[in-house]
Design a protein around this ligand. Structure first.
Ligand SMILES: [Fe+2]
Ligand SMILES: [Fe+2]
Length: 311
């Protein structure tokens, strides 16, 4: 089985893989794809102890870890790992069971063709912040945006597959969908515009991205993942509820069920492990749009029908 999750950011967000209902059941047969901002090849000088600890930990898991790059990677170091052919595409071998899926490659895994294109613009440093000279080569690298050769490589490989794949894994989204998720807050760039072309010319079953730090189905065949770990082919809504890893966040507008009625509301509180004496699934405190009760309704995750992009 192939699973997909979002940014791990080195040791910061990798903890979602610990004592998790999904990873606990994963075996030697399984694959986990991280949609960029892997972050365990980050120090600009060398592999530091913390990176080594987590890379070794990943390497000892039953499953094989695969990742596309995001914008938070030390690219000169990432690109210095040995290159190898793996399942029809090129990878950098970080550890035996930790592989970097290179940009523009197509992999055949369990009968699925998967196109991968990492990279994204940093919005917290670099040119968008005007601090390029201070951070370049230390915590920001221009290689975060795919080069012309990497983009050409992707188009060439897709053409050889008749512009048809089962799944697409990227860090950022095509411009149109990034605009929906970020409401114009993240400007379009070379990477999102390239993916826009791909989204219009390539047939695919489902597209997964990271980067935006939310778990959301943007449309029926495009999902952004962050904390969730979902089976490839599933949407966020179809994926199982997970204790400790809620699907929704504070501030999300949602359609939910309460005492037999469907209504819209805003999430005011999140109990990832359930409130007192209810540790079966994540719960939320939801305030309905058209009413302002003193206390938000206590709603379990399975009673949240969907997240709305309209706030
Ligand atoms: Fe990112
Ligand atoms: Fe990130």
């Amino acid at each position: 089985m192939i699973y997909v999750t979002g940014d791990t950011h080195g040791s910061i967000d990798i903890r979602k893989l610990l004592e998790n209902q999904v990873t606990d059941q994963m075996t030697e047969e399984d694959y986990l794809i991280i949609c960029g901002d892997f972050g365990l090849i980050w120090n600009y000088k060398k592999e530091i102890r913390k990176e080594r600890k987590w890379l070794e930990w990943l390497n000892k898991r039953p499953w094989t870890t695969l990742f596309c790059d995001g914008n938070h990677e030390c690219f000169p170091r990432l690109y210095s790992y040995p290159e190898s052919e793996w399942h029809g595409g090129k990878v950098h071998v970080i550890r035996d069971k930790v592989l970097h899926l290179m940009r523009g490659e197509i992999f055949e895994i369990e009968g699925n063709s998967i196109f991968v294109m990492g990279g994204a613009s940093s919005h917290d440093r670099g040119p968008l912040k005007g601090d390029t000279e201070i951070v370049q080569g230390k915590s920001w690298w221009p290689e975060e945006i795919p080069s012309d050769e990497e983009m050409e490589n992707g188009l060439k490989n897709l053409k050889a597959h008749n512009n048809q794949v089962d799944y697409i894994i990227t860090h950022c989204l095509p411009t149109t969908y990034q605009d929906i998720v970020k409401r114009g807050e993240f400007p379009a760039d070379k990477a999102t515009d390239y993916l826009e072309t791909i989204s219009q010319t390539v047939a695919y079953k489902h597209w997964y991205s990271g980067h935006y730090h939310v778990n959301i189905d943007v449309i029926d065949k495009i999902s952004v993942v962050f904390s969730r770990i979902i089976k490839i082919g599933d949407t966020i809504m179809e994926s199982e509820t997970m204790l400790g890893i809620p699907k929704f966040r504070k501030g999300d507008a949602v359609l939910f069920r309460h005492e037999g009625e469907e209504m819209m509301g805003t999430i005011k509180e999140v109990w990832p492990w359930g409130p007192f004496f209810k540790h079966d699934e994540p719960y939320y405190g939801v305030t309905p749009f058209d009413d302002e009760p003193k206390k938000p309704f206590q709603v379990k995750e399975t009673d949240i029908i969907e997240k709305s992009l309209i706030i």
